[in-house]
Design a binder for this molecule. Structure first.
Ligand code: PHE
Length: 342
């Protein structure tokens, strides 16, 4: 019996070593050591042998099993190495490559850049201001009264006071850049200022506590509301790449007089009436007005010599209309399914 096991072991060893690939090797292993393998069956049959023979035969069979398992593992490693080396063989220059993913700009950046280009072509400079503002620039210099509700802590993110003199906040609009720019420049001037603003409010499909505005300011001799209307109509027509008409309605802002609510003919339905414009063909787009004399005085300009217009528009609002996005929160959600469409 012991001799039979040895013969079996040798035969198995030889075939294992002759295996050409991993599949063949597994096959040979199964043939001897699988659940119905020759050696397995032999081991099972030992129970039937008389006790005296069982011991020596069992020992030989178990040793054969151990040896064959080692031979199998070593041969497996050898074959695996071989197939890995094959992978390094001369590579096929005609095989299609793996595509490298291209990055792209965020829709808000796209609209901001487009707007910057349009205004630059009309002679506007791009000005920047800080996102953390003083109470003076965000409110006082803009003629916003001390008791104006916008100053309430429920509308504005106030920062912990650093010293007694200046209260700091996250700017609620880009209008403070008007003041900063006029303080350091002489008229005539034309600027836009795109940037991030913050308001302490609940979010919904059209409100975010963090959003982008584009401020515009033009000051010169005899600048009038009709200059404003022409500039903004040109801007919107070029941004949306279709003819847009503009309508001004009276409203109130502390830093402009007169102040306008600016409506544009609906760019979705060409003013025919749709769900986006609420059926009346007009979209409420931005606030604007003629710079208030008190603001001009606050920066040391003589309101008798200079006039100007200012406006502020939400960049998300423009992007939502341009790309037909119906929820502002998508811009900040980081959802790739949304972002990869731009
Ligand atoms: N700052 C105003 C707002 O955030 C918009 C505005 C800007 C109005 C400039 C008039 C002039 O609502």
């Amino acid at each position: 019996m012991a001799l039979n096991v040895k013969t079996l072991e040798n035969r198995a060893k030889k075939t294992l070593l002759e295996a050409q690939d991993l599949e063949q090797l597994e096959g040979v292993f199964k043939q001897y050591l699988g659940s119905k393998g020759e050696l397995t069956l032999f081991l099972r049959s030992l129970a039937k042998l008389p006790k005296a023979k069982r011991k020596s035969a069992g020992k030989a069979a178990n040793e054969a099993k151990a040896t064959l398992s080692i031979v199998f593992e070593e041969q497996k490693k050898k074959l695996q190495k071989g197939s890995a080396q094959k992978g390094q063989e001369p590579f096929d220059v005609t095989a299609p490559g793996t595509r490298i993913e291209r990055g792209h700009l965020h829709p808000i950046t796209l609209v901001q850049r487009r707007a910057e280009n349009i205004f630059r072509s009309m002679g506007f400079e791009i000005a920047q201001g800080p996102e953390i503002e003083t109470e003076w620039y965000n409110f006082d210099a803009l003629n916003i009264a001390k008791d104006h509700p916008a100053r309430d802590m429920w509308d504005t993110f106030w920062l912990k006071p650093q010293n007694q003199r200046e209260r700091l906040l996250l700017r609620t609009h880009t209008s403070p850049v008007q003041i900063r720019y006029m303080e350091s420049h002489e008229p005539p001037l034309r600027i836009i200022s795109p940037g991030r603003c913050f308001r302490y409010e609940a979010t919904d499909a059209s409100h975010e506590f963090n959003f982008y505005q584009l401020e515009g300011l033009m000051v010169g001799k005899d600048v009038t509301a009709s200059n404003f209307k022409a500039v903004i109509q040109e801007f919107l027509t070029r941004l949306f790449a279709k003819p847009v008409t503009v309508r001004l309605r009276p409203t109130y802002f502390p830093f402009t007089e007169p102040s306008f609510e600016v409506d544009a003919s609906c760019v979705i339905c060409q003013a025919k009436g749709c769900s986006v414009c609420g059926g009346d063909g007009w979209l409420e787009l931005m606030g604007a007005g003629m710079v208030h004399p008190n603001v001009l005085k606050a920066v040391g300009y003589n309101p008798k010599d200079w006039t100007g217009f200012a406006f502020g528009v939400g960049i998300e609002r423009l992007a939502m209309l341009k790309y037909r996005v119906n929820d502002i929160r998508l811009f900040f959600g980081g959802d790739l399914k949304f972002l990869q469409q731009f």
